[in-house]
Design a protein around this ligand. Structure first.
Ligand code: XMP
Length: 317
């Protein structure tokens, strides 16, 4: 997209936000590209009428909360951090169905925001929903593939007017806008709204989420390092998911019955379709060894996902 086209999209979005928002608005900022772009546009449009809130669900990546706080501080935008992890873990305890998880996460987000609304007196909720989110959530004529948390989980009794400035945009357009607005996360890989919750299949215990967080961190670090060393291209998205599949392994002389980590790395333009990335074996080998060492006794098998989208989706839930 050309500079002029991007600038036009930015101007139109700011105008639209100014015409819609006439009172206090809140926005959930995860630090991801979509919510950051929505926040910066809304901040430009309505300034101090906007209150940015970062909800720590307990499903964020390693060091993410600190990095997001710093990013907003550098952009000169106030960010309130709310630790809601107890509430999320409590409500999701024992829930294993992916769609049920997403609905609960969406609903808890709204509950946290209703609380923030009471505190701030906000009338509007700005969201970073982009086109694939609602298309895949059954917004068109298609089947529901998965309810993206900022769409499917919305309860009927929500008492905030929803404003979605990126609703018609695709990921590559949002990325161009982010670059233009000099948002630090513009080159970061996408991360789903429900966070690691959709990467931990089965029960969402703190221990299992922590294992997934560590495995994701290892995959991210090793692939970024491999790309810097020219061993492979940096995939569009790359992460680990924890599967509740136990297999027999051995550590020293001891039998282990641990779970499985799947490594996922894909190339894509907008997340609507994707090809699995050809990662060199030596990099996969390093990742596998590091994960099983870091998660000794808990994970004893690492597999690489060679499924394109379609027929798979990028995330495992
Ligand atoms: P799937 O798994 O549907 O993912 O192929 C396509 C892209 O969307 C991200 N994703 C989400 N993003 N809320 C989001 O904001 C969600 O609920 C959600 N689910 C998946 C996924 O990481 C990928 O980039």
């Amino acid at each position: 997209m050309s500079f002029m086209q991007t600038q036009m999209l930015i101007d139109e979005a700011i105008e639209e936000l100014q015409s819609r928002i006439n009172d206090t608005a809140i926005i959930a900022c995860s630090g991801g590209i979509d919510s950051s772009v929505a926040a910066v546009l809304a901040h430009k449009a309505v300034g101090s009428l906007l209150q940015c809130v970062y909800v720590d669900t307990g499903f964020m990546r390693k060091n993410e909360s600190e990095e997001v706080s710093l990013m907003f501080e550098e952009m000169g935008i106030d960010l309130k951090v709310v630790d809601a992890s107890d509430r999320f873990f409590r409500e999701l305890n024992g829930v294993t169905d992916p769609e049920e998880k997403r609905k609960i996460i969406g609903e808890q987000f709204i509950r946290v925001f209703e609380n923030e609304k009471k505190i701030s007196g906000a009338k509007f909720l700005v969201q970073g929903t982009i086109a694939p989110d609602w298309i895949e959530s059954g917004g068109g004529e298609r089947d529901v593939i998965k309810s993206h948390h900022n769409v499917g989980g919305l309860p009927d009794d929500v008492e905030l007017e929803i404003v979605e400035p990126l609703r018609e945009f695709y990921k590559d357009e949002v990325r161009s806008i982010a670059r233009e607005l000099k948002i630090k996360s513009s080159e970061r890989q996408p991360f789903p709204g429900p966070g690691l919750a959709v990467r931990v299949l089965g029960n969402l215990s703190r221990e299992r989420v922590e294992a997934c967080r560590e495995a994701c961190h290892i995959v991210e670090t090793r692939l970024q390092e491999a790309a810097l060393d020219g061993k492979c291209d940096l995939p569009w998205q790359y992460f680990a998911a924890l599967l509740p599949v136990r297999s027999v392994g051995v550590h020293g002389d001891v039998r282990v019955h641990g779970e499985t980590v799947v490594v996922r790395a894909v190339t894509s333009l907008d997340g609507m379709s994707a090809k699995y990335s050809p990662i060199p074996h030596e990099v996969l080998s390093k990742i596998s060894t590091e994960i099983t060492n870091a998660l000794k006794g808990q994970v004893n098998r690492v597999v690489y996902d060679i499924t394109h989208k379609p027929p798979g989706t990028i995330e495992w839930e």
